[in-house]
Design a protein around this ligand. Structure first.
Ligand SMILES: Cc1cc2nc3c(=O)[nH]c(=O)nc-3n(C[C@H](O)[C@H](O)[C@H](O)COP(=O)(O)OP(=O)(O)OC[C@H]3O[C@@H](n4cnc5c(N)ncnc54)[C@H](O)[C@@H]3O)c2cc1C
Length: 399
């Protein structure tokens, strides 16, 4: 990998400390699943790793203030920690509870919501999912229709949410619901939290096209929830939802995850097959490989400049959109090139234990092909790349 400038000595020491802890404490079965780019990690595995980090001074919630049990790391420390997780094949942090709902409740939650909800996220007792998208409201999210009608001290929910990641392993869902039809479609939207064990809720799996079960459609039929489950005021959900989506600062480009994928590609490309030839010695392959390495390095430098050096405010706007577009393009390209190494890989003389553990072998042609197809989702989720390009174009044109 091209050399990346170092952080200050103190931050490099911090990197050493967190990296060493991850390497020493990450259970091997979980490491193998992540190294194989497996996205549908079982709840048990996620909770086990979360609790290991939890026991180490709240590292499972890097941005959380000490008063809520987190280490309250600054931006650079959080960035380095997420890098070390990725480079050491550790699972992603639990995005919905830890990265999204927790910080939203710090700002908008009532005292009793903070007291009752945050400890269960910290201890991985409660898994959350995010209910924003609907069958006809994805990019145009403000057109959402799933209705929450106020009756006395309750809301009665009717409608459906779609593409809900991890709803099948979650206990609760947070999301945006239509409480009235305002003049503008952004009005009349309210942020609610719903216990998924309520009667009237059905969760149907939607399989991604290489077969994994990550997303679902969630149906609500006369689901009754107490008014206390509302965050902020009725009709103010759009502002809260925008705040929540803006919290995702370090994850959008997935640079470190892609670096880990690229290192796997490098290992295949440099492995000799009987007779001594290597894929990296094929000029057409080497050219694609080098171009990707340079693009990934440039992306990393850009990400670091946007996030850390320019000291930009918490919400990045068009810069986050640029990182998301470029990051997902490069990620898909790395996995595409890896998927094309199957013929070469199958000629490599493998140690017997690697052949036997093929189901979790990140290099096997079956895995690399499935990963390539799975990651075709990345230009779509978190706001499609076309929508991100619109944001960049508007910023560039000053519109
Ligand atoms: C794997 C996966 C996980 C997801 N997880 C969640 C989740 O946990 N919670 C959740 O709420 N949602 C989730 N989503 C939903 C995701 O946010 C939406 O799929 C996304 O916002 C796009 O919306 P849509 O699917 O309705 O497509 P549409 O909005 O119908 O778009 C269809 C196509 O038209 C393009 N398009 C639309 N409008 C414009 C425009 N104005 N200009 C140019 N092009 C445009 C889009 O880019 C896209 O190519 C997930 C999606 C995926 C694929």
């Amino acid at each position: 990998m091209l050399n990346t400038p170092l952080f200050s000595p103190e931050l490099e020491e911090f990197r050493e400390t967190v990296g060493e802890f991850i390497r020493d404490n990450l259970p091997e079965d979980i490491r193998r699943m992540v190294a194989a780019e497996q996205m549908d990690l079982p709840r048990e595995a996620q909770a086990r790793w979360h609790r290991i980090l939890r026991a180490k001074g709240g590292w499972c919630c890097p941005s959380w203030p000490e008063q809520y049990g987190g280490p309250q790391w600054n931006d650079s420390q959080q960035y380095i920690f997420e890098q070390e997780l990725a480079l050491n094949d550790a699972p992603r942090l639990m995005i919905y509870g830890v990265g999204m709902l927790g910080p939203t409740l710090f700002k908008y939650g009532s005292k009793s919501q903070k007291e009752s909800i945050l400890p269960d996220i910290l201890d991985a007792n409660t898994f959350w999912c995010q209910g924003f998208s609907e069958p006809n409201s994805g990019s145009d999210l403000a057109s959402l229709k799933c209705e929450a009608q106020r009756v006395g001290d309750e809301y009665i929910i009717n409608g459906s949410k779609i593409w809900t990641s991890e709803a099948h392993i979650a206990d609760w869902i947070f999301g945006l619901f239509r409480t009235s039809k305002g003049v503008r479609k952004q009005e009349g939207i309210t942020f609610l939290m719903i216990d998924l064990s309520n009667s009237g809720i059905t969760i149907d799996p939607l399989l991604l096209f290489e077969g994994t079960h990550e997303v679902n459609q969630v149906y609500f039929e006369d689901v009754r929830i107490p008014v206390e489950n509302r965050v902020g005021n009725e009709g103010h959900g759009w502002e809260i939802g925008k705040y929540l989506l803006g919290l995702e600062r370090f994850g959008t480009a997935e640079v470190s995850r892609t670096k880990a994928s690229f290192e796997r590609l490098r290992r295949i490309a440099h492995s000799e097959v009987p007779g001594g030839s290597r894929l990296i010695d094929t000029p057409s392959f080497a050219e694609q490989f080098d171009r990707l390495e340079i693009a990934l390095h440039a992306l990393e430098m850009t990400e670091r400049r946007f996030l850390l050096e320019e000291n930009t405010s918490k919400s990045l706007g068009a810069e986050a959109s640029m990182l998301k577009v470029r990051g997902t393009e490069i990620q898909c390209d790395v996995l595409r090139l890896t998927a094309q190494t199957g013929a070469h890989y199958s000629q490599i003389d493998l140690p017997r234990d690697q052949i036997e553990s093929d189901s979790t072998n990140p290099y096997s042609p079956g895995h690399t092909a499935r990963n390539y197809f799975n990651y075709r989702k990345t230009p779509i989720y978190s706001g499609s790349n076309e929508i991100q390009r619109n944001i960049v174009a508007k910023a560039a044109l000053g519109l």
